[in-house]
Each structure stands twice: as structure tokens, then as C-alpha cells.
Ligand binder design. Sequence first.
Ligand SMILES: [Zn+2]
Length: 617
Amino acid sequence: MRVGARKMSNPTRPKVPATATRPDDVFTLAAVLVAAGERGLLNADELAVLRAGYAARRDALAAAHRNRGEDASAFVSPLEVIADFRFASRNPKREWLDEEELSRAFADYAGIAFTRIDPLKLDARTLASIISKPFAQKHLVVPIRLEGRRLVAAMVNPFDKHAIHNLEHATGYAIEPVLGLRSEILKTINEIFAFERSLQKAEKQRSADVDLGNLEQLVEVTAGDADNSDKHVVRAVDLLMQYAFDQRASDIHIEPKRERSIVRLRIDGRLHDTHSIPKQVYPGFVSRIKIMSRLDIAEKRRPQDGRIKIAYKDSEVELRVSTVPVAFGEKVVIRIFDPTILLQDITSLGLTPEQRGSYESLLKRPHGIILVTGPTGSGKTTTLYSSLQCLASPEVNIVTIEDPIEMVHEPFNQIAVQESVGISFANALRSVLRQDPDVVMVGEIRDAETAQYAVQAALTGHLVFSTLHTNTAVGAVTRLVDLGIERFLIASTVIGLVAQRLVRLICPACAELSVVSEETLAALGVSGAELDLSRVRRGAGCEKCRKTGYFGRAAAFEVIEVTDPIRIMIRDGADESEIVRTARKNGAEPLMSNAIRKLLSGRTTADEILRVIPAAW
Ligand SMILES: [Zn+2]
């Protein structure tokens, strides 16, 4: 192997104490190679490849940046060039020696901080007002937070004294430069400036004294995109939606306040503040969303519901919009329905092979009632839709009655409950039974009448799916008794009981081995002596998971087949605990044990299980 003879082969290590003024030449290939070499990131072969191909690779990257319309004069970082070689990483969690791994090593070497950018933590309005977009693009810098008179700025080249000086001059703040990833800095520049500029332009053009309650103004808004200020509002709404999809949000909350309105996103079950909207723009913003969802924009005093379909990447995302008047205007909540989550193959729901065997045998039955239990947000709809999808074929008439329809899916005949015009679960179900259905899904059984029709449907040869808000699977039997259904009717119609909960999954990017205390195991109802705890993990918290340690969710299940012994117990009024005992003897795994599998395989944590499943269930 030939070791390059150029001077970088034996570079002198530039000593850069954290506090000293940073020399301009610190960010060179030679310095990066020393940093990477000292930390064992590159071997001699890789160094040789790098030296031979570096200049060509750097020029190709610069050309690619120009072709994408990025600032031609912007700095090309040696970190980005080396990452482009895709050398093997010594870190098993990384696919290759990427810009982040190199950046961390170099930042450590050069005595400067490295940061990933969490877009949810940025105050876009303030930051966008501090510097201009062209400046940010030219110097590849994005302000990330203000600390008193100090502005922390992520830069591709945090050693660029000239840019730092300009930034200090332009903003009046002392700049603390930190090293960031090029791709992240560019993406953040685009996001904060695009959304804020749309809002600012709309704000400027829609002067504060326009009364949006008056009809003329409403007509103007209805007229749509011709008006310039509407164009900016339209763009801001589009950007907000794209942003919410990118962040995997399940809900967007837009809440009017006295001065500015706030936008919050729900991600993995938790809300995060993300944007704010000036009050002059807010009515236009809400009107735009109402127009998109075909709501009556003149009606502001009554709650309304609507839906929107939006193209995102290769698929269509369905949004359900609801508006409710609150103190300072209309509060809008947009629920995002991701078809890839709502409609799954039965095999990917998360059932164990035994549970799937039981559940699939239930789906093959010609008639009977299958009840799925759990609180709101436990993934029941996914289980129901996925079951119906599994049964859907041209020979089968599937009818759903929902309040409201969560996702429109063509193979199903879907009916929305509308109490205001007299369509309730019960009378919709009564009408449906005259329409020759094979399979009926009733969104929820919450009154005696619906329960009676569901039983009648099963007795007359239909397969019926529904949900009940009970804590346990067997609790569904007690609930039906409470709703006045005779025990012998429950025994002869209910064929399966399912309980489920969603647990957050450990973020794969920051997962690390962990331990569980004996107390925690005791709370879970198990003992460490019986379990293999070697794969138990936790999420340390990183930018990808917004420091929560969790990313995505999966369901834990309990599936109980109503077998002959259980049927007899239901008929004879046995109490819940006896029925549960018999189900366990038949092999039904408790919800808790099912969730503990995810703990033992390192996919979730004990804390998360205890949060969603109270002990002893
Ligand atoms: Zn993480």
C-alpha cells in the first residue's frame, strides 16, 4: 500500500484550546484527518483512498450544491466530503462513517460544540427575524437559540471569522458558533424562513383593522387565491401540513390566543409547541383550512367537522378537521390519518403467532361478535380496519357505522353517525341490517339500543365488529350485562374479546442497554429470576426522538377466544376473575405479559408499560 507523500500525511496537530481565538485555518482536511485518525475512525487504506480522490470528490459536491440552486460561494466542508466516501463506521449503529460521526469527532478535537437541530425547539418567528434568508444561505448558518445577549448559531463552518463578524454586526448579539450538519442547517433555513415569511407577508397585507367578521371580507376570502394575502396564507397552511407530516404528527392543534395563536403537534401521543401565528392572519388561516375541508366559513359560532385529502410524498393523507369556538376565535384540530398505520396486514399488527392463530380463526367464523376494548388512542381502529380489510372481497358486503369515519376506504360501505339529523349508531345499524350486509363494523357500543341491534345482527347470521371502552377484555361481558343484554344472548353471540394498548417504542438511534430494578419488575408482576433481561434497553434521548428516547408506537394485545367452557361461564353468571382464569388455562396471554415481551426484546421500557397498563391487568 502506498502512503501518500503529500504534506497531509504527517500533519502537525494544531493545538486549539477551547477558549483561544480560533485560527482561520483550523478547519482543513489535514486537521480533520488528524482528528479522525486519533479517534481510530479511518485506517491507512482509507486514508490513501481519501487522499487520491479528495479533490475530485470535493469539486463534484460543490457542483451538486450549485445545481440544486444553493449559494455557489458557500463553504464545502471536509467533513461532508469525507462522509461522501462512505467508509465503514466503527460504530455498529451507523451505516457508514457519516457527517455526524465525523463532526462529533472533529468538534471534540477542535474544542467546539456540535449540535443536531431539533426543529420543534426552535422559535421560528424570533429566529427568522434576526437574520435574512440570503445571509443564512450564503454563510450556511442558522440561529438556533437566544441566551440573553448571546445568539447560538449552528454553522457548517463555525471557524469562519468573517461570517461570525458579519453576523455579530447584523444582529447586535454576541455569536456562539457551534458545528452543525449541512443538510440539517439548510433544511432548517428553508423551514423557518418559508413559514414565517408567508405569515409575515400575509400579516402585512391584511391590515389589523380589517374586521374579518364582516361579510365582504368573507366573500373576498371565499373568492380564493386571486387575493395576494390569501396566497401567502395558502402557502403557510401548506407548509404547516407538510411540516406536521414530516414530524409524524397525529394531530395539529391551532389555538387562538389574545395576541398570537399557537400551533401544537401531537407526536407519539405527546403535544409539542411548534409555531405561532399573528392574530391578523389567524382568521384567514382558519378560513383557508375551512375552505379546504368544505366547511361553512361564515359559521363561526357552531362546531363543524370536515375532511381534507392531501398528497404527501407518494400517498394521499386524509385529514379530519374539527372547529370549535373558544374565547379568542375558533380552535381548529386537524387529525391526520396515515393509511399505512390504519390499514395493516393482520401479520404486522403485533400479535404473537398464538394470538394471531386465535384471531384469524375468529375472522373465519360466519357470524358472531368480536369486541375490541381499550381507551381512546389505543389503536382499536387500526385493528378493526385491518380485520375488515382482511375480509374484504367482491363477494362480501362490508358496512361500517362510525362516529366519525376515520378513514374513507373504498371497499367498505361507510356510514357516519350524525346525531343532529337523527343518524345514531342504533338506527343506522337497524337500517343496515335491511341492506343485506355480511360483515358489520359498529364504531362503538355505548348504549343499550346499539348493543341490542349488534346482538340481533349476530343472531341473524352476520359477523359484527365493535369496540367498548372497558379496561379489560373480559370487562366487555360485564359492560354488555350492564347495558341490559341477557347473559344467554351474550354467550351465544360474542365469539372473541380483544384488549389492546399502544406502547411507545425505544428510539433506535439512541437505544442503549439498560437494567430494570426488582421493584419495577415487581410492579410489572414478574421477577427477574424468571426472565432473560440481557436485551433490556432504554432510549438515551437524541435529536431524532426530540430527547424523549421513544420513536413510534406498537400495540400490546390480549386475545380471548370465547370457547365452550367460557360460554357456559358467561351464561351462568360467573364473575370476571373466573372467566379470566379459564381463558388463561386455554392459553390466552395476559395484556401485561404480552407487553413484557416488548421489554425483554428491547423494544420498549418498563416505565412505558406501567404508564399504559396499570399493574395486574
Ligand atoms: Zn433517540
